[in-house]
Design a protein around this ligand. Sequence first.
Ligand code: ZN
Ligand code: ZN
Ligand code: FE
Length: 758
Amino acid sequence: MASKKIHINGIVQGVGFRPFIYSTAMKFDIKGWVRNSSAGVDIHATGDENNITDFIETIKSSPPPLAKIDTLIETTVVTDEFTDFKILPSKYIPEAFVPISPDVSICSECKNELFNPEDRRFRYPFINCTNCGPRLTIIKDTPYDRPQTTMAPFIMCDQCKVEYENPLDRRFHAQPIACPNCGPYVWLERENHKILRGDDAIQNARQLLSDGKIIAIKGLGGFHLACDATNPKAIHNLRERKKRSDKPFAVMVFDVKTASKYCTLSKSEKSLLNCKESPIVILKKKNDQVLPEAIAPGRKTIGVMLPYTPLHLLLLEKEKSFPDILVMTSGNMSEEPIVTTNESAIEELGSIADGFLLHDRAIFTRVDDSVLLENNGEKYFFRRSRGYAPNAIPLPMETKEILAVGGELKNTFCLTKNKYAFISHHIGDLKNLETYQAFSKGIQHFQNILKTKPEYIACDSHPEYLSTKFANSYSEKERIPLIKIQHHHAHMASCLVDNMWNGDGLVIGVCLDGTGYGEDGQIWGGEFLIGNYQEYERLFHLEYMPLPGGDKAISNPNRIAAAYLWKLGLEWDERIPAIHSISQEEKKIIVRQLEAKINTPNTSSMGRLFDAVASLIGLRHMITYEAQAAIELEQICNTGIDDAYDFCLEGDLIILKKIFTDIIDDLDHSVPVSTISSKFHNGVANMVLEAVTALRTLNGHHSVALSGGVWQNQYLLNKTQRLLEQAGFTIFLHKNVPTNDGGISLGQSMIANEILSK
Ligand code: ZN
Ligand code: ZN
Ligand code: FE
């Protein structure tokens, strides 16, 4: 006989860990106990020595699907007399923390019960278990127990209670446990009247969707607006009412098979669609697809997700007369944050939706759908949110407790502790008041649930970012030091952390981006850096071009094109589509701004160069959502073309004149715009290769980190990747966080930590 104490850390609570320990103890005839503490899980195991070894091996090798063991420490202790194995009440240690689980899409066992007429939860839209269901969206505080969630008002019925208390039941301590007798319910509301509840409400909502109506649906982390994705009129109405003219809508289909009817799917794309995080996966539309162009205008791709809650499954259920694909777009008015309460849905979405499918389980934290795509078998994030936040991201080294507040658009914040970074769900555009409030409340909430109190705070060096202003006052109020970090250094560091780079030596950072505040007060975004977590040097950048009107110019690519031509000394020829699209009046204003340098910052942004080219060739002169022109330019690329325009490197500058004269020349010779776009993309990839090769010759550095919003461009990314690989470079691409500004909070925290450790 022997005894061991075992302490386990990681995601081990709210994931069926104790029942698993209990049944494993039974299997190996182990006596003793298991207990949750706010620092993890503690086990006292007594039994045959070999059995204890097997017991621990089993814990390590086959934990429950949602569990993630970070550390397991075993210590031999004096053998105690136990007659059985018990689950003891939780022990609460105030300052200790255990990571909490993200929201998890419905598991296969719950799915089976949902559609099993014999089951007592047959067709119950809130079925869940220890392996699935809501988490982050409903947690108000830790330890993760029902009274600390938005399930608190629902009193468990006797049957649910028995399941909840039985260590061998798959709903043992499933905090959101519910059934039709005791849990939340759905209802349908039209014109301020509750008209139907339960399954009738869902069936009626389906009928309305079939009839081309728009329904607001309360989901897991917020509302969706849904309509029949095969009905152009319904989509048109939705765009009109939501005031969203071109930005793509995501769709939801019942299963992978339906997805493959509309999109081409690789094996790894199939598993991404099906994974427990259930993100929106960006897929290639089939050429013969029958979907209306209005779902994703100008795109070869479409964002697809599968039903991730029981309610979604019931809504999408297959039936001949029902559309097998629904638009499921965020429930908001254009650019506003997603609505989360029934009251605000009716108020804010009242002019959009023809009906409301509501329920009475409150959403505590607004969490948007995650968006990603597959790149060479790996995940590549556009937005890391539902299903992933607040999972810990492992860090290459121990860190101080730091709060990094991120950027301004696509904001996320990040808290570090021990060897982990906890990056928030997608917060959004801080310039929106409600989003800003969610940002400051979210920071408080995360500090609470993660039991951390930052010793330092990090922010972007842009003086006008609201996150910077927040950081200034936070630093003052809490009397903790503030570290300001250059935007592209943060991008580069984010990519390095994402690859667990250990910080030894120096790396080349190719930061191709839209907008970032530069050390010289200009707008950076086409940057070649050499550096590490502590410091960087800017070795090449796109030559400065004027941006008449500053940020306002961003929505008018034709103005950008005109300004670039002016600066490069090229004629405003009316045969150039960009020039032709600007009125004489407007031209006068632009010239005046350029000559007097009124509100005309300089920029080295690669994003703006893409915008300028898109307009130059007549593709897009004005945009209705961020990066629209650049994205449309990518969409018309033709992979069969290898020709490229030439950039020139002169000193530390990347010169643009030749690109522009060559494009204008091609326009003159009626070269198709798709060819021009391909030659431009190829030219950028070649230029990256040329610049990093020059840096390698100069300094001998072989590793290249690609970060910044422009690397969302898959054509450019793949082309560049190939070129750099052939040339023998080691390439770091983003893995767990987006390459856009959603990732910079991670880089900020790491840089701050390293600066402080110097
Ligand atoms: Zn389940
Ligand atoms: Zn019940
Ligand atoms: Fe950026």
